[in-house]
Design a protein around this ligand. Sequence first.
Ligand code: S3P
Length: 456
Amino acid sequence: MDNYTKTETISAKSKALSGQIKVPGDKSISHRALMLGAMAVGETIISNLLEGEDVLHTAEAMRKMGAKISHGSDGLWRVHGVGIGGLKETNSVLDMGNSGTSTRLLMGLVSGQPITTTFTGDASLTKRPMNRVINPLEMMGASFMAQDGGRLPITVKGAQNPLAIEYTLPVASAQVKSAILLAGLNARGQTTVIETHATRDHTENMLRHFGVNVITENLENGAKAIHLTGQQDLMPCAVDVPGDPSSAAFPVIAALINEGSDITISNMGINETRIGLYTTLREMGADITFENQKMQAGELIADIRVKGTGSLKGIDVPEDRIPSMIDEFPILCVAASMAQGTTKMTGLSELRVKESDRLLMMAKGLHACGVDLEMGEDSLVIKGKGKPCIGGACVETALDHRIAMSFLILGSITDEPVSIDDAAPIATSFPNFIELMNDIGLNITSAGYPPIPALG
Ligand code: S3P
């Protein structure tokens, strides 16, 4: 990346956390609100959109393909869409930055339209596997030119007449499911995606919110079939994006590991496909309650209250829970590092292909901070001693926002401060992370944070 400046940042012991806060809007829901708004004819108004770099990349891509998107001084985002099949070809390469969700979902969307589009990304995104979306999208009639191993940059030639398919997901991935459904929007007939493990269902919920008939059928053993009939019009609507439970995970665990903490995070999404971490933390002995539950734009919302006793116990995390907490393993490792006893996490091969190899980056960083652990091909076993580790290391974050935030939370309890080599990637999902965490009690210092967003 040109002109990329790393932002070294230090986290030192904090006091007990207190306060009522809001975390930024849900990243997954924000991407989908912009994309579906761009497919509806008329004005969609989005409030509490995550204004992180990943979502801004989606907005920019949708603009380049013909949607009119504005961000008002009232904080609202207004999207005037082009209708199903109405995306226009752009001669710019779509640079998706660090964002796997933007890339994979948009590869799906453009595969169902008769246009040719080229995607690229940063040093992290260009290493990530894209064959998982290319394979089903080819079956729907799109064709692809990719770098070796199905990596970006990738040019997609969308199908003139996309075919509706039935596809069983070989990996539990909401991005792959969503890419197929978005391509299916412009296919004649019924597109069906079968998932053997439930993954986040925000695409289905948001499609329904835009008036599209999507049927979720429960099959045997917890599998689901999602049926979408193509060529239905999307109705513009209002979307109020709830707080992101994956972002809330950082203040939640900061509060749990700092004794005497009491925080409330309001207006949080608690969709059951996203809250595996919270179930796991309760099994570890955490005091977490969901208060004031209600439905909003097809999603379940609550205020999350957390009281920190500073004492957690190690557990075995069940593998069937992984999809509902896939992004939360880095910060769970921080909780496990100070829990009493062993936390065993298995079946984690997907962590190797996230924004970084998260198994490796967490194992390396925790080891450098004095944590006793064993890393396997797809597993991590953390042997907590019931007290904080030493810390005192500068941890490499490999362009991964969640690795960066996890180690800044760890530094709030360690004997010696923990530093990270680069806080800049935090702006992809949680632009005000440092300010907000410091407001409720953390002690993070950084030169030049937050960075100026690249896009607006
Ligand atoms: C996402 C799905 C998950 C998750 C990512 C967001 C989405 O990825 O890790 O941060 O918005 O659909 P996978 O589909 O690769 O599991």
